[in-house]
Design a protein around this ligand. Structure first.
Ligand SMILES: Cc1cc2nc3c(=O)[nH]c(=O)nc-3n(C[C@H](O)[C@H](O)[C@H](O)COP(=O)(O)OP(=O)(O)OC[C@H]3O[C@@H](n4cnc5c(N)ncnc54)[C@H](O)[C@@H]3O)c2cc1C
Length: 501
């Protein structure tokens, strides 16, 4: 590097998983002699915290939760699970570098430890008909392949399974809500039958962090872990306290305008109108915010984004999932089982507080967590606390109706609810392929840099792993790598999903 070389200015917008992964990767791998100068990194975050849609409640929680160390750990109101945790999983690698393993910092949840009660009989069926659900869903997708146009998965579901299930059966709808609609955040009536389920998965267990996802995002910020550039396998190593390079995140900096041309980027802060100039911007603003015209959220691009990007933003689905964590004075429900469910048909009933995670089975705290899924989620966000508790209590009473040893408490427990749709910096939970969209929509919209200056990252830009923490993490690494390639005068090829071999 020539002495006095100008710094390369990179702004990362957003300090959720993808923004922190991008910033961490840049800091950990930047080579001034090859990249045209030293790195001048700015991380701008609209909120007053890092993590974005990974959000472990600690200090925000009322005293009772802190005192009880709720959930045996703080409470995750965004992502909870490392889906498919296995040695190749990027988030598992972070956990491992931090000394967190299953049984020692990570806690496995068991999908098979589940009791489902039928709403109309109050009884647990001998067979929960999960196999019938899976094969009906597969048949609907096969049928869709022969159709000339894409339709919703709901439209393609038809017929009767060998065991007598139809799309209107209570057990089928229970699995639809707690499976397809939870995994994708997309209501079945809007999920693409062609592409709604074509994302990829890591093969491993479902685990949650005993101390919440903040273990991960705080490590990314503090530099307790070091990342390689992710160009081959993601390598994560632990860093001793004295050698860490923390990321300096600027809080309360909502970007309302992104102006760009081939010479650089200008970003305008919404509150004070301050303009940040940069050579490159990594934009991790969630899809819900990019879609939004709400003045608390809206972002303007000057010039307009390329048509294919704007069209992808418009057409992709951004669904909602509501979490309600309930802290009771004592455990009043039967212990041991991980999940309780209530099978009832119809929208929004099938997804409205019908699925309960027994947090007590994972920790020693008297906590249940329930969810509003599919079309029930947006409705649940608008309900009062009293209405939410009434709906939850009614369902719990049906689930435990036949158990004479159980009495569902009348009094509303301490309750914490997520409101991702109303949140101006999220505007929903996560991305799904709505009818007419596919992996190609995602790759075309976000896979290439705009003018060699704007690099999109975030779960919505991950064709293979959309809607997940690991998808967000990988796209952050890819964006960092693409910025490095551009700074060396060799624009990166269209970004591809990170594959571990
Ligand atoms: C209820 C719920 C449950 C989930 N469960 C799981 C799970 O169990 N496992 C899993 O793998 N995934 C899960 N997910 C998905 C996962 O949380 C997300 O895919 C991931 O966290 C998204 O990371 P991101 O970096 O793309 O976006 P974000 O984390 O949303 O980060 C974007 C950041 O940009 C900031 N921002 C927004 N607008 C601006 C602006 N204009 N200027 C500056 N900053 C801005 C935001 O405040 C935010 O911090 C869940 C999500 C939700 C909501």
């Amino acid at each position: 590097m020539a002495s006095g070389a100008r710094a390369v200015r990179v702004v990362v917008i957003g300090a959720g998983t993808s923004g922190l992964a991008a910033a961490r990767t840049l800091v950990d791998t930047w080579d001034s002699s090859k990249n045209g100068g030293p790195l001048e990194l700015t991380v701008l975050e609209a909120r007053n915290r890092i993590g974005g849609r990974t959000w472990t409640l600690v200090s925000e929680a009322p005293a009772a939760w802190n005192a009880a160390d709720a959930l045996g750990a703080p409470t995750d109101m965004g992502a909870s699970w490392i889906h498919g945790s296995c040695p190749e999983h990027p988030i598992t690698k972070i956990a491992k570098a931090l000394g967190q393993t299953e049984g020692g910092g990570l806690v496995q949840t068991d999908d098979d430890s589940s009791e489902v009660v039928l709403c109309d009989t109050g009884k647990t069926p001998d067979d929960d008909k999960f196999d019938a659900y899976e094969s009906m869903l597969e048949q609907a997708q096969e049928k869709a392949e022969d159709a000339e146009t894409d339709k919703s998965i709901w439209q393609m579901l038809s017929g009767r399974s060998e065991s007598g299930q139809t799309r209107d059966s209570a057990l089928f709808q229970y699995h639809l809500a707690t499976g397809a609609e939870f995994n994708t955040a997309g209501p079945a009536s809007q999920l693409s039958a062609w592409s709604g389920f074509d994302d990829e998965e890591y093969e491993g267990s479902e685990v949650v962090w005993a101390k919440g996802y903040k273990t991960m995002y705080e490590a990314l910020q503090s530099g307790a872990v070091k990342l390689n550039d992710g160009s081959n396998k993601v390598k994560v190593t632990a860093v001793a306290p004295g050698s860490r390079k923390p990321l300096a995140v600027q809080y309360g900096k909502r970007i309302r305008e992104v102006a760009y041309d081939e010479s650089g980027v200008k970003l305008t802060n919404a509150d004070d109108g301050l303009v940040y100039q940069a050579d490159y911007a990594i934009i991790t603003i969630p899809l819900g915010v990019l879609k939004s015209s709400d003045p608390r959220s809206a972002v303007t691009f000057r010039p307009d984004l390329p048509r294919v990007t704007a069209e992808g933003i418009r057409a992709l689905g951004f669904g909602n999932v509501v979490k309600v964590a309930l802290l009771f004075p004592t455990v009043w429900w039967p212990e041991g089982t991980h999940y309780y469910g209530l099978a009832q048909a119809g929208e929004p009933d099938r997804g409205l507080f019908t699925y309960f995670l027994n947090v007590h089975a994972l920790s020693d705290k008297p906590v249940l967590m329930t969810f509003a899924l599919g079309s029930a989620a947006d409705m649940a966000e608008k309900m009062s606390d009293a209405a939410v508790w009434e709906a939850i209590r009614t369902n719990l009473m049906t689930i435990f109706d036949s158990n004479d040893d159980v009495t569902v408490p009348e009094e509303m427990p301490h309750m914490i609810r997520s409101e991702w749709r109303a949140d101006p910096h999220a505007k929903g939970a996560y991305t799904y392929c709505a009818v007419g969209t596919s992996k190609d929509t995602i790759s075309a919209a976000f896979g290439s840099a705009v003018e060699g200056r704007l690099f999109f990252a975030g779960e919505h830009t991950s064709a293979a792993y959309r809607g997940t923490v690991h998808g967000a993490f990988q796209t952050g690494q890819q964006a960092a790598r693409a910025v490095v390639a551009n700074s060396r005068g060799a624009p990166a090829a269209d970004s591809e999903e990170e594959e571990d071999d």
